[in-house]
Design a protein around this ligand. Structure first.
Ligand SMILES: *[C@@H]1O[C@H](CO)[C@@H](O)[C@H](O)[C@H]1NC(C)=O
Ligand SMILES: *[C@@H]1O[C@H](CO)[C@@H](O)[C@H](O)[C@H]1NC(C)=O
Ligand SMILES: *[C@@H]1O[C@H](CO)[C@@H](O)[C@H](O)[C@H]1NC(C)=O
Ligand SMILES: *[C@@H]1O[C@H](CO)[C@@H](O)[C@H](O)[C@H]1NC(C)=O
Length: 420
C-alpha cells in the first residue's frame, strides 16, 4: 500500500466517523402556515417528510423559536412539540409589534439527538397592523369583575374592546367576549369586564393591539387619629384579593421636614394600621399607596392618596385631601405687593397729616400769651426780689417762619413760544 493510499483510507475513516458523530442533517420542515384562533392565540402548522434512512427507533420533535418576550422567558428560547403544529399566545404589546419572525427546526429525541434539521423561517403577523389606539389602560378590580378604562388617542375613532382568558386551554381559545356597559368619564372611556383577569383586544377598522389587562385596586380610604403621643393611620382592607398580603407604604413630612417612608404588611382579614410618633406642634402631610405583596400577582392601588393632619386646637380640623390640594395660602409675591401698597398709603396719610397740621397750626398749637406779661405789673409791684434781674431772660417768641409761596402766572402764549 502506498503512502497515498494510506492517506485516502485514513481520510475515509475520519469522514465516516465524522458522519456518524456529527449531526446528521434531517430535512427541514416546509409549508409553515399560521391561523389566529382568537385575537391572542396563534396556531402555527407545518409539514415534514420522514427520511427513509432515519433508523425507525429514532423519534423526532419540533422546536419553535420565537422572539423571546418577558412573559415567555420561563419556557426558554424555544417551544417543543411532537405534533406538526403549535398553539401559543402572541400579544402585540409583549412584542412591541404585530409581527414575529419564527423558526421551526426538527431535532431527534435522545439517543438520536445528533440528528437535526436546518431552521425554516416564517414571519407571522396580526390580522391588522398594530396601532397605539389607547393609552393608560387599567382595570379596577372588584369582587364581580373589572372596571376597565383608557384614554383614546383619537376620540373620533370608534374602538371596540373584546376580551378573553389569557390561559392556554382549548375552550378558552376560540371566541372572545364583547365588553359591555360602555361609559365615558371625562377624558376616559371605559366598560365592565366580567372576569377576574383577561387578555384584551382593542381594535378599529384598520388597527389593533392586544395585551394582558393591567389590574389596579381602588385606593382604600385612610383615616388618622391621635393615640396618646402617636398618630394612628388606618385603612379598610380591600374587598378583593382576600388571599393576598397587602403592603401599605406611607411617606410623610412633619413640620415640612420629610421623614423616612414606612411600610406595613397586612393580610386581608385585618384592617391596615400604622403608628407614628407625634409632635402636636407640627402639621403632617401624608402620601400613601397600597399593593399586593406575597401570594398574589402584583396589583398596585390606583394611584396614591394624600392627606394632611393639623393637630386639633392648633389649627383647622384634620381634612381629607385626596386631590393633593393644599389650602390657599398667601404667596410670597402677593404678600410683598400688599406690603408695598400699605406703605404707600401710610406715607400719603403721613404727608397729608403734616400738611394739615401745618395749615392749622394755630388750632393744634394756639399761641398762648406770655403769663409773665399778664402778671408783670403785679409781680413788679408786689415782690421785686422774685422778679428776674433783666428782661432779656424773658422768653420772646421768635417770629414765625412763614413760607412764602409765589405764584407766577405765565401766559399761555409765552409757554407755547418757549416750547416751540
Ligand atoms: C435556529 O434559529 C434560532 C433562533 O431563531 C437559533 O437560536 C438557532 O441556533 C438556529 N438553529 C440553526 C440550526 O440554525
Ligand atoms: C366603572 O367606573 C366608572 C368611573 O369610575 C363608573 O362611572 C361606573 O359606574 C363603573 N362601572 C361599574 C359597573 O362599576
Ligand atoms: C361604534 O361601533 C359600534 C359597533 O360596531 C356601533 O354600534 C356604534 O354605532 C359605533 N359608534 C360610532 C360613533 O361610530
Ligand atoms: C376557560 O375555560 C374554562 C374551562 O376549561 C371555563 O370554565 C372558563 O369559563 C373559560 N374562560 C373563558 C374566558 O372563556
Amino acid at each position: 500500500m502506498t503512502v497515498t493510499h494510506q492517506v485516502y483510507a485514513l481520510l475515509a475513516a475520519v469522514s465516516s466517523l465524522g458522519f456518524l458523530c456529527k449531526a446528521d442533517p434531517l430535512p427541514p420542515v416546509s409549508e409553515i402556515s399560521f391561523e389566529w384562533l382568537n385575537g391572542f392565540f396563534l396556531k402555527v402548522s407545518w409539514t415534514w417528510e420522514r427520511p427513509v434512512d432515519l433508523p425507525p427507533s429514532c423519534e423526532v420533535e419540533y422546536y419553535v423559536y420565537r422572539p423571546t418576550t418577558a412573559a415567555f422567558s420561563t419556557t426558554g428560547p424555544h417551544r417543543k412539540t411532537i405534533l406538526q403544529q403549535d398553539v401559543d399566545r402572541y400579544l402585540t404589546e409583549e412584542a412591541g409589534s404585530g409581527r414575529w419572525d419564527i423558526d421551526v427546526q426538527v431535532v431527534g429525541v435522545p439517543p438520536c439527538d445528533n440528528w437535526k434539521s436546518k431552521n425554516t423561517s416564517k414571519t407571522v403577523t396580526t390580522k391588522k397592523p398594530r396601532g397605539e389606539l389607547v393609552e393608560d389602560f387599567k382595570c379596577v378590580t372588584d369582587p364581580d369583575g373589572m372596571n376597565c378604562s383608557w384614554i383614546p388617542l383619537d376620540p373620533d375613532l370608534n374602538v371596540t374592546l373584546s376580551y378573553g382568558s389569557c390561559e392556554e386551554s382549548e375552550e378558552n381559545m376560540t371566541s372572545l367576549k364583547k365588553c359591555d356597559e360602555r361609559y365615558v368619564d371625562g377624558k376616559r372611556n371605559g366598560c365592565y369586564l366580567r372576569d377576574e383577569d383577561a387578555c384584551v383586544l382593542i381594535e378599529t377598522e384598520s388597527e389593533l393591539k392586544t395585551f394582558e389587562a393591567a389590574l389596579v385596586i381602588r385606593l382604600p380610604k385612610m383615616s388618622i387619629r391621635e393615640d396618646g403621643d402617636h398618630l394612628r393611620l388606618t385603612w379598610t382592607s380591600p374587598d378583593v384579593g382576600t388571599a393576598c398580603v397587602w403592603e401599605y407604604e406611607v411617606c410623610y413630612t412633619e413640620c415640612e421636614i420629610p421623614r423616612n417612608c414606612l411600610t406595613t404588611h397586612m393580610d386581608a382579614t385585618e384592617d391596615g394600621s400604622l403608628k407614628i410618633l407625634y409632635d402636636d406642634r407640627c402639621r403632617y402631610e401624608f402620601k400613601y399607596k397600597v399593593k399586593t405583596s406575597r401570594y398574589c400577582i402584583e396589583v398596585p392601588s390606583d394611584g396614591s392618596g394624600s392627606m394632611t393632619y393639623v393637630p386639633q386646637g392648633k389649627g383647622p380640623a384634620p381634612s381629607s385631601d385626596p386631590g393633593g390640594n393644599t389650602p390657599p395660602v398667601l404667596s410670597l409675591s402677593s404678600t410683598i405687593v400688599i406690603a408695598s401698597v400699605l406703605s404707600v398709603v401710610l406715607s400719603v396719610c403721613l404727608v397729608l397729616t403734616c400738611y394739615c397740621f401745618k395749615r392749622h397750626r394755630d388750632i393744634f398749637c394756639p399761641s398762648i400769651p406770655d403769663p409773665s406779661a399778664i402778671f408783670k405789673g403785679m409781680m413788679v409791684n408786689g415782690n421785686k426780689d422774685l422778679m428776674p434781674s433783666t428782661s432779656s431772660h424773658l422768653y420772646t417768641p421768635m417770629p414765625e417762619a412763614v413760607e412764602c409761596c409765589k405764584l407766577i402766572l405765565v401766559a399761555e402764549n409765552s409757554t407755547v413760544q418757549e416750547n416751540s
